[in-house]
Design a binder for this molecule. Structure first.
Ligand SMILES: [Zn+2]
Length: 447
């Protein structure tokens, strides 16, 4: 009996992306009409929140602009809001993004073949014997957009009996040591002054992959040049598919203290879910920490991409939200639109370097915070897509303005600190996003 209870809904195995095919994503008008009367899509923010969020006056809304969030909603406004042209445009954008899914599945097959081959080889190498594939990345979260030819793959390697030493109060970066250091440990070849050297391990990882791609005869695979500071090995398959392979250490111990106040999902997905997620392993990826003007090359950074995937797949407060091929909320759509907005702006300004440091991870992190602030499924009613998306945009702008975007798992780690991204870049991005919002997102129609 106990066993049955412990098999909670979010532990149900995830259906492979190709089969699920983002079912139920197209919006059928009319389906929602029968739903019960709604609460305001985003609860009226408390005064403190209001002050926090709307310190800066918003640009004067145009005639076709959506009403500001937090208005008390009555039926006429609901009807009016549903007629917002912006929302219709957003749905058309989402439809466009959805159509590329077939290309994605086709490319995914090719990627899986290559990745399987490499994994097989790595398993025969000393130090990498226990390596396994970890299914994460936007493809598996079903929020992959507009770039059918880019994939992220993680190879995980369980490392028992290690000790973490936080790197200079970052909460996110660590040096890895072994509790005991027996000679027969295959990882001892990567030790450097008792520290498991991220750079040594990554360079061997890279070397093996580089060797092995020459043995792949049925597919054209080349390795791209090493990018400075990137934890990934990037491959180019058939001259068009780009795959980032990241090596991750898997730790089955309790999560580091810096994560204690993170993952604020108690009111959204429940305290029980939070507790169960925190019992899962966590990962470390070889990633340089900033050190003055240079980098500390031996650090590892915490990664929770598997948890991100989990909470995106099972994102509803109610257990039935979007889980039965039916779209009951617009959370994922909002995330996709936010990702698309950033991607398009990055493309538009690729010749300038202002947007280089912004990534979809920033958008995703802001999105998770918004989910925490707006935990009810009814706050993300698909009918309110325009409004919800506008709220996401507002929130992201506020993060840029205040230079505050806490890592969702590590609250002490500010992804928007001036140390990581300069203020000019943030102001540039803000200006572009505000322009887009005030003009009904012309960038969605470009490229
Ligand atoms: Zn949902």
């Amino acid at each position: 009996k106990h066993k049955k209870i412990s098999q909670v809904w979010w532990q149900v195995p995830v259906i492979p992306a190709t089969q699920e095919a983002e079912a139920g994503e197209s919006l059928e008008p009319g389906r929602w009409r029968l739903q019960r009367a709604k609460i305001a899509p985003f609860e009226t923010p408390s005064r403190k929140q209001q002050q926090k969020r709307y310190l800066k006056p918003r640009p004067p809304p145009g005639p076709r602009d959506v009403p500001s969030p937090g208005l008390p909603v009555s039926v006429p406004i609901l009807v009016q809001r549903d007629a917002v042209p912006g929302a219709r445009k957003l749905r058309a954008v989402l439809e466009k993004l959805r159509l590329s899914h077939q290309d994605i599945s086709k490319a995914a097959k090719v990627v899986n073949g290559v990745v399987g081959h490499l994994l097989h080889r790595l398993k025969c190498e000393s130090g990498f014997g226990g390596v396994e594939r970890l299914h994460t990345g936007s493809y598996y979260e079903h929020v992959k957009i507009s770039a059918p030819n880019e994939f992220d793959v993680m190879f995980k390697l369980e490392v028992p009996r290690i000790q973490l030493e936080e790197y200079s109060d970052t909460g996110a970066y660590y040096l890895v040591k072994f509790k005991r250091n027996p000679k027969e440990n295959p990882l001892s070849q990567f030790l450097e002054d008792e520290i498991l050297s991220a750079s040594k391990m990554l360079s061997k990882f890279r070397k093996i992959i580089k060797e092995e791609i020459n043995n792949i005869k049925d597919t054209d695979v080349i390795m791209k040049r090493k990018r400075r500071g990137s934890p990934a090995v990037t491959l180019l398959i058939n001259k068009e598919i780009s795959v980032d392979i990241t090596l991750a250490l898997e730790l089955k111990t309790s999560w580091p203290a810096s994560t204690k106040e993170g993952l604020a999902i108690k009111n959204w997905l429940s305290a029980k879910v939070r507790q169960q997620l925190r019992l899962k392993p966590f990962y470390l990826v070889p990633k340089h920490a900033k050190e003055g003007n240079g980098f500390q090359e031996e650090t590892w950074r915490l990664s929770f991409s598997h948890i991100e995937k989990e909470i995106l797949s099972n994102h509803g407060k109610s257990k039935t939200c979007c889980e039965n091929k039916e779209m009951k909320c617009c959370r994922k759509d909002c995330l996709k639109l936010m990702k698309y907005l950033l991607e398009q702006l990055k493309e538009k300004f690729k010749d300038k370097k202002h947007l280089d440091k912004f990534s979809s991870y920033h958008v995703k992190t802001a999105f998770f915070h918004l989910c925490t602030e707006n935990p009810q499924d009814s706050q993300w009613d698909p009918k309110d897509l325009g409004l919800c998306f506008d709220n996401c945009v507002t929130y992201f702008l506020e993060c840029l303005r205040t230079e505050q975007l806490k890592n969702y798992f590590i609250p002490g780690f500010n992804l928007f600190s001036s140390n990581l991204i300069d203020k000019t870049s943030k102001e540039f991005l803000s200006k572009q996003i505000e322009y887009e919002r005030n003009n009904e997102f012309p960038v969605f129609g470009e490229f």
